[in-house]
Write a protein that binds this ligand. Structure first.
Ligand SMILES: Cc1cc2nc3c(=O)[nH]c(=O)nc-3n(C[C@H](O)[C@H](O)[C@H](O)COP(=O)(O)OP(=O)(O)OC[C@H]3O[C@@H](n4cnc5c(N)ncnc54)[C@H](O)[C@@H]3O)c2cc1C
Length: 257
């Protein structure tokens, strides 16, 4: 599938290392949790979640994301997608648990849920107050609990400390997206509730269409780009998740984050 050309219409600087890029294609109609393959001319093609129907929220970490940061309104991009399964909205009271730029697909999910009359509670963790994104967006959805690693805003410490303020029985479904070790920590602590948790998993994608196998997970062989990126937490309890992940060469590395 060839990338479709889109034009950037707006860029919002969320923090010094995170930008939201809005583009002009209203034809995509993604579900929250789905992703697009973003082709940056002459650089690379990388997966990005939708943070809204026509937008992505990008953290600059390497060559391709820094190239995205250099783009301006009016510049062009190529997009393939939407791909993947997306989150499934279940019940009338949901909890969103995010870390860092993992807040992006959850904000989109929260908007859609609120629109359907679903009660939304959010627990979001960041390294420090300067890294917080979408604070007002989550506050508009319902109760927001914030944590920062350095204690500069909200509860001091990791996201998992925020779990102590919440009763998992209150929620019909729990959605998680963020650094893998943070997601692993949450799933482990609330293991008894794993049956109602959905996690958006990040792996190295090359093709995005289920052919190359670079994003397959051990031992199930789940292709994260096709059967994911949203995976029921019960399927993540045994296997590579939280233990290791494969990099661009296919070799095992740390799960990062
Ligand atoms: C389904 C999916 C949705 C994603 N959604 C978003 C999003 O909404 N916003 C966002 O900012 N990023 C998102 N990512 C991660 C994004 O694709 C990577 O950050 C990007 O590919 C890095 O490319 P680069 O050339 O800038 O960095 P590289 O030069 O390739 O790498 C720079 C650093 O980032 C690490 N890295 C590379 N790829 C990934 C990856 N897939 N995940 C984590 N670290 C990586 C490298 O190991 C290295 O440490 C998503 C990834 C997936 C699989």
């Amino acid at each position: 599938m060839r990338p479709s050309p889109v034009r950037i219409v707006e860029i919002i600087e969320e923090t010094s290392t995170v930008k939201t890029i809005r583009f002009d294609s209203a034809r995509l109609d993604p579900l929250p949790g789905q992703y697009m393959m973003v082709w940056i001319r002459g650089v690379d093609e990388i997966p990005m979640s939708f943070s809204g129907p026509s937008e992505m929220t990008v953290a600059a970490v390497g060559e391709a994301t820094r190239a995205l940061f250099r783009l301006r309104p009016g510049d062009g991009l190529g997009l393939r997608g939407p791909y993947g399964n997306g989150f499934s909205l279940i019940g009338d009271r949901i909890l969103l648990i995010g870390g860092g730029v993992g807040a992006a697909p959850l904000a989109f999910l929260g908007d859609v849920a609120r629109h359907k009359g679903i009660e939304v509670t959010s627990l979001m963790g960041f390294r420090c107050s300067e890294d917080i994104i979408f604070k007002r967006r989550f506050e508009r959805l319902g109760e927001l609990i914030l944590t920062t690693d350095d204690g500069s805003s909200g509860i001091p410490g990791r996201v998992s400390l925020g779990l102590e303020r919440l009763d998992p029985d209150r929620f019909s479904q729990i959605y998680i997206c963020g650094p893998e070790l943070m997601m692993w920590d949450v799933i482990e602590r609330w293991k008894d509730h794993a049956g109602k948790m959905q996690a958006s998993v990040n792996r190295h994608f090359k093709c995005g269409i289920g052919i190359c196998g670079s994003c397959c997970m051990d031992p199930t062989g789940i292709r994260v780009c096709q059967e994911g990126p949203v995976i029921p937490a019960v399927q993540l309890l045994e296997g590579e998740f939280g233990r290791y992940r494969r990099g661009p060469s296919g070799s095992r590395g740390p799960p990062r984050g």
